[in-house]
Design a protein around this ligand. Structure first.
Ligand SMILES: Nc1ncnc2c1ncn2[C@@H]1O[C@H](COP(=O)(O)OP(=O)(O)OP(=O)(O)O)[C@@H](O)[C@H]1O
Ligand SMILES: [Mg+2]
Length: 231
C-alpha cells in the first residue's frame, strides 16, 4: 500500500459567486521512501497539494490517506497531533523565528512532544550535526547566510523524526552553490534517513535530484503514465 494515496482529491475555494479549484480530482500514489519533485506553472496547485499532504489544509472532497490514516476524517486536534508526529515542513523563505537562535529554532517542534530537556538537547545536537551547523548553534537568523538559514530550517523539519518532509521551493531564494548544498542535504535525508520527500520546485536542476518528477497543470497531473488526464 502506498504511503500517500490521493483519490479524486479536490480543493476548491468560493470567490463571490464563482469557484476556483486549485486541485481538481487528483489521483496520486506515492510510495514510502520516495523523493518526488512537483513542478508546474504558478497557480497550478502545487502549494495547495503540499498543504493537504502536510495536514495544514483539508480537502473539499475526495480522499487523502497517509500511512493508512484518512486525513480529512481527523478532528482539528487529532490532525495537529498527527502533523507534529509525521510532517516536517521546509519553506522557501525559511520561516525561522528571528528572536530565537539556530538551536532554539530547531528545538521548537520538540516542545510539542513529551521530552526532557536532555532528550531535546540530544535531538537538536544530532540535527545540527547533520546540517553541518554545530558551530552556528547560538547565531540568530540575521547572522546567518540564506543557505545556512535554510539548513537550520531543514534541521527544524527533521528534528522530531517525521515520516514525510514537504518542501515548498526550498532553493527558490538561494544562489546556485547554496541551492546545490541544500539539494545534497535533501538527497541524504531521503537516502540515508529514508525520509519520504515531496518537494515543489521551479528549478529543473533541483527537480533532477528527485527520483520522480510530477507536473501539475490547473490542479491536475499531466504527462505521468498513471496520471488521470482531463476528459
Ligand atoms: N486559501 C485560499 N483561498 C483562495 N484561493 C486560494 C487559496 N489558496 C490557494 N488559492 C488559489 O489556488 C490556486 C493555486 O494556488 P497554489 O498556491 O497552490 O499555486 P502554486 O502552484 O503553488 O503556485 P506558485 O508556483 O505561484 O507558488 C491559485 O489560483 C490561488 O490563488
Ligand atoms: Mg506555491
Amino acid at each position: 500500500m502506498p504511503l500517500i494515496e490521493c483519490r479524486k482529491l479536490t480543493r476548491s475555494f468560493k470567490k463571490g459567486t464563482s469557484e476556483i479549484k486549485p486541485l481538481d480530482e487528483l489521483d496520486l500514489d506515492l510510495e514510502a521512501g520516495a523523493f518526488v519533485a512537483l513542478m508546474g506553472p504558478s497557480g497550478s496547485g502545487k502549494t495547495t497539494l503540499l498543504n493537504l499532504i502536510a495536514g495544514i489544509d483539508r480537502p473539499t472532497s475526495g480522499t487523502l490517506t497517509v500511512g493508512g490514516v484518512e486525513i480529512g476524517g481527523l478532528s482539528r486536534g487529532a490532525l495537529a497531533a498527527w502533523r507534529s508526529e509525521h510532517i516536517g515542513y521546509i519553506f522557501q523563505l525559511y520561516n525561522l523565528v528571528p528572536v530565537l537562535t539556530a538551536y532554539e529554532n530547531i528545538e521548537l517542534p520538540l516542545l510539542l512532544h513529551d521530552l526532557t530537556k536532555a532528550e531535546r538537547h540530544a535531538k537538536v545536537s544530532t540535527a545540527l550535526e547533520l546540517v553541518g551547523l554545530v558551530d552556528r548553534h547560538d547565531h540568530f537568523p540575521r547572522q546567518l547566510s540564506g543557505g545556512q538559514e535554510q539548513r537550520v530550517a531543514i534541521a527544524r523539519a527533521i528534528v522530531a523524526s517525521p515520516t514525510i518532509i514537504v518542501a515548498d521551493e526550498p532553493t527558490g531564494d538561494l544562489d546556485g552553490q547554496s541551492a546545490l548544498q541544500i539539494m545534497d542535504l535533501l538527497k541524504r535525508l531521503n537516502k540515508e534517513l529514508q525520509k519520504t520527500l515531496v518537494m515543489v520546485t521551479h528549478d529543473p536542476k533541483s527537480a533532477a535530484v528527485a527520483d520522480r518528477v510530477l507536473h501539475l497543470e490547473k490542479g491536475r497531473l499531466v504527462g505521468e503514465p498513471d496520471a488521470v488526464t482531463a476528459g
